[in-house]
Design a protein around this ligand. Structure first.
Ligand SMILES: [Zn+2]
Length: 209
């Protein structure tokens, strides 16, 4: 891109408050893009078996990427204070985690374990799973997903600490490239009291046990 073209683009962005990702194409444009990829794969999008595929793929995208239309902080907005002074680990373990890698748009499938130690407020347990789902159903890298879940819990609950561990198979690694099936990527994020070795060990034992 020439400098002049780049300047023009930069100016266009200055005048446009909305980020570029909000410029969603129409459904017809999205379906047309799928037909292009079918042709790129080497097949004929007009043959019987593929004729409705673009429609199905675009519909599937609405589910796989539903996290863009959801607000993670709103999901944690409702908190409860009546916990009789409970002040130990709250752990939701083995949350099924489905995401899509942002480098290859291939599935990332695994589990997440999310824990926190409340200060005075707790959140419904299903909301922890919902948080994983909202961030998961976006284009992701696992490190970012792990950090986002922890940061949102920190902000919403201001707990004594948060621990997040994600273990997942990246299909871009198992079905292409280096072809390493059965290899899991593990990421963790510990804040507050979970940075103490004793608490970190308790979390890991509970999550794995
Ligand atoms: Zn990838």
């Amino acid at each position: 891109m020439t400098a002049i073209a780049y300047d023009a683009l930069a100016r266009a962005h200055d005048h446009d408050e909305s980020p570029t990702y909000s410029l969603r194409p129409t459904r017809a444009e999205a379906e047309s893009a799928v037909r292009t990829l079918i042709r790129w794969a080497g097949d004929d999008p007009a043959r019987e078996g593929l004729i409705d595929t673009p429609k199905r793929v675009v519909k599937a995208y609405e589910e796989w990427f539903s996290g863009y239309d959801a607000d993670p902080e709103a999901a944690l907005a409702r908190t409860f204070e009546e916990v009789e002074g409970y002040d130990d680990i709250v752990l939701l373990k083995g949350i099924r985690r489905e995401s899509t890698c942002e480098h290859h748009m291939a599935p990332i499938i695994g589990v997440a374990h999310v824990a926190y130690v409340p200060t005075d407020r707790v959140v419904g347990l299903s909301k922890l799973a919902r948080l994983v789902e909202i961030y998961g159903k976006r284009l992701q890298v696992q490190e970012k997903l792990t950090a986002q879940i922890a940061a949102t819990l920190e902000t919403a609950l201001q707990p004594k600490g948060v621990a997040v561990m994600i273990s997942a198979e990246h299909h871009c690694m198992s079905t292409r490239g280096v072809h390493h099936p059965g290899v899991d990527t593990v990421t963790t994020r510990f804040t507050g009291v979970f940075r103490e070795a004793r608490m970190e060990e308790r979390f890991l034992r509970l999550a794995r046990g």
